[in-house]
Design a protein around this ligand. Structure first.
Ligand code: MG
Length: 329
């Protein structure tokens, strides 16, 4: 297996989540071009979030040089492998999966102009996902606004709260706002007892806090109802098995990464939508627009909550990926 890399930076248009205070700082990642012994070639993204506990890009790449593969890189290689197999059989991800609707990801509601909710509604989005945890009162008010505009709401606190502040947040919600919430993702650090109490108040989704979960020791009624599956970070087959075993719903999301990572997440979402339609929720892959445009993200066309077919085999972006300058590790 030969790995070529191309480092990149992507620049957020606004603050991305409650744990990232350096709001508009460019973020580092690397595209990977992997060639297997049998000649197959596939592409993937590696976009760490050190703020959320990932090893930095430099750490992961220097480990790779020494032959050590981080679990995140393992997922990138898995994605590249999937891509290579489609390219080899001359198929595009849109030909092997079902159509998938995505939530609108709102990274910074404060800088959202008046009338923005109307615009999102007109574009046919049904669900808004919002990163929260910086100002509970303002956030509760904004949830109320989204609820009165008839949106379903997904909130992600990235475990920034305590049980107490979470409880306080729920108290700030109007009944209608509370009803509009589909689930709350990672409200606070995972603790089976406290999450159980919290999940009796509102549906919970498990994302990054999955690393603290001891599956064998969980109570019969699980303390969460949804699993967030990020193909950039999580083993897809294992997550699907867990969901089937425990009758959990699954939302596939991007890792808020490069357009290449976005399309890999979408590929998984579409494939699972085809294979397990009743298990799957609306996806959260449409995040490339949270960053300033680059050649790859500009090549992705969307129509409201839907992606349109990309050009080429695998995830597509054939022309754009050919134009990238690749280097040996
Ligand atoms: Mg999350």
């Amino acid at each position: 297996m030969k790995i070529l890399i191309s480092k990149y930076q992507i620049t957020p248009r606004s603050s991305l989540n409650s744990l990232v205070t350096t709001s508009k700082k460019a973020r580092d990642g690397a595209l990977l071009k992997i060639q297997w012994m049998d000649g197959r070639i596939g592409y993937a993204d590696l976009h760490p979030w050190p703020e959320l506990g990932d090893d930095t890009l430099e750490e992961q790449l220097s480990d790779l040089k020494k032959g050590r593969i981080s679990s995140q890189l393992e997922q990138s290689i898995w994605c590249a492998d999937q891509d290579s197999k489609l390219r080899e059989s001359k198929k595009n991800i849109f030909e092997v999966g079902a159509k998938v609707s995505n939530n609108f990801t709102l990274s910074d509601y404060k800088s959202a102009p008046d009338g923005m909710l109307d615009e999102i509604r007109k574009a046919d989005f049904k669900t808004i996902k919002m990163k929260a945890g910086l100002n509970l009162e303002e956030e509760a008010n904004f949830v109320a606004r989204m609820a009165s505009a008839n949106f379903k709401v997904r909130l992600d606190f990235n475990a920034a709260l305590s049980f107490q502040s979470f409880h306080k947040f729920l108290g700030l919600l109007t009944p209608r706002a509370k009803m509009a919430i589909e689930y709350i993702e990672d409200p606070f650090q995972f603790d089976a007892q406290q999450w159980t109490k919290a999940s009796e108040l509102i549906p919970l989704a498990l994302d990054r806090e999955v690393t603290r979960v001891k599956w064998d020791e969980l109570p019969a009624v699980l303390p969460f109802q949804y699993l967030i599956l990020k193909p950039a970070k999580d083993d897809v087959d294992k997550t699907v098995q867990k969901a089937i075993q425990h009758r959990l719903k699954v939302t596939v999301t991007s890792n808020m990464d490069h357009a290449v990572g976005v399309l890999h997440a979408l590929a998984v979402a579409m494939k699972l939508q085809k294979d397990f339609p009743s298990m799957m929720c609306e996806a959260g892959c449409l995040t490339q627009n949270l960053f300033q445009l680059n050649e790859c993200s500009a090549a992705i066309n969307t129509s409201g909550p839907f992606f349109q077919k990309t050009q080429g085999y695998g995830i597509g972006l054939e022309k754009e990926l050919n134009a990238v300058s690749w280097q040996a590790l």
